[in-house]
Write a protein that binds this ligand. Structure first.
Ligand SMILES: Nc1ncnc2c1ncn2[C@@H]1O[C@H](COP(=O)(O)OP(=O)(O)OP(=O)(O)O)[C@@H](O)[C@H]1O
Ligand SMILES: [Mg+2]
Length: 312
């Protein structure tokens, strides 16, 4: 069982326009809406890949009920904590002419102290010894910065394996609780380490450093590099690079699909090399379809077979 924590879920809307012009009225040629925020993306992608998942989410109001219904329609099991107000929404606008993406992320309302405590309890009712907990994205405003750190400590005490994808201060604090896997992108790695991380060798060094910060031996550090692929410092210290020579048009949520693929494969007992292939396939399949973390499993499997994963 993979429990996917979604502390700050959102309704994610994608508009496609021919050309985005500041100040103009646009008539989108395409529109997709999904239950998003990184945690729900991971849950949806892992479910598409056939994993047994449970989304643990903080929901609010009518928007929250829409999130609940769309997860149910996608076959994602859920454990929900309800609080006041409305769940937030996010808007991405894809410009066909430039292939550029303009994004708007609502912060969401402040959550009461009790909401974070209840959410932690909800996760603990569903996670399983030797199963996985994924923690992705931001905390709701009002939740303590140490929230992820404390949750990881509790999960690991219960024998639950933890994969973390976050950024900023909550990431820095959460690393001290020694999550099993830390996955960040190059920008997040750069912010964490305060050094350049975009070049290939810098990304590799960053993956190793992040593995050290997460506890070293037995822990994995991963830096994803968009369409350029990924660097992995595996639990035994082996270093891998993974690349897939395809570039899809819809990369929003590729990091979440990547994590979903990785954990789905590891949960099934795959070794790291194979898990990395599945993850690359899922990340690339996500970029083929509009809407975050919507993936076609057969497309993901075909792409995974094309992945080039090698030791460094
Ligand atoms: N345009 C793309 N085409 C194909 N594969 C991609 C593309 N962008 C990303 N990927 C794959 O997905 C993985 C994760 O992507 P990326 O580094 O962009 O994550 P991210 O920034 O965390 O994404 P997000 O936070 O939007 O989910 C990459 O390592 C790569 O394998
Ligand atoms: Mg990401």
């Amino acid at each position: 069982m993979i429990v996917c924590l979604a502390a700050n879920p959102s309704v994610d809307r994608l508009f496609e326009v021919e050309r985005l012009v500041k100040g103009d009225i646009h008539r989108p040629s395409g529109f997709v809406q999904v239950a998003g925020g990184k945690g729900l993306n991971v849950a949806r992608a892992a479910r598409s890949l056939g994993a047994d998942v449970c989304a643990v989410a903080l929901l609010r109001g009518h928007t929250g009920r829409w999130l609940q219904e769309s997860l149910a329609a996608e076959g994602v099991d859920g454990e929900f904590v309800w609080t006041h107000g409305e769940s937030r929404s996010s808007l991405s606008v894809a410009d066909r002419e430039t292939a550029g993406l303009t994004e708007f992320y609502e912060h969401g309302a402040v959550a009461p102290d009790s909401a974070w405590v209840e959410l932690t309890h909800a996760a603990a009712t569903r996670w399983q010894r030797d199963g996985w907990l994924t923690i992705s994205g931001s905390l709701p405003r009002g939740a303590p910065d140490e929230g992820y750190r404390d949750l990881i400590e509790e999960a690991r005490r219960g024998g639950v394996r933890v994969a973390l994808d976050s950024e900023g201060e909550r990431l820095r604090l959460a690393l001290t609780a020694e999550p099993d896997i830390v996955k960040v992108n190059v920008a997040e790695a750069g912010e964490l380490l305060g050094v350049p991380t975009a070049r290939r060798d810098d990304s590799l060094a960053a993956a190793s450093k992040i593995r050290d910060m997460a506890g070293g031996e037995g822990h994995a550090g991963i830096v994803t590099r968009g369409a350029e692929g990924v660097m992995l410092a595996a639990p035994d210290g082996t270093l891998y690079e993974g690349v897939l020579y395809v570039r899809g048009r819809y990369p929003v949520g590729s990091g979440d699909a990547f994590l979903a693929g990785l954990i789905t494969a590891l949960e099934r007992g795959s070794d790291w090399e194979d898990a990395l292939r599945v993850a690359l396939g899922a990340g690339a399949a996500n970029a083929e379809l509009a809407g975050a973390a919507r993936i076609d499993p057969s497309d993901a499997a075909a792409l995974a077979r094309q992945a080039d994963v090698h030791l460094l």
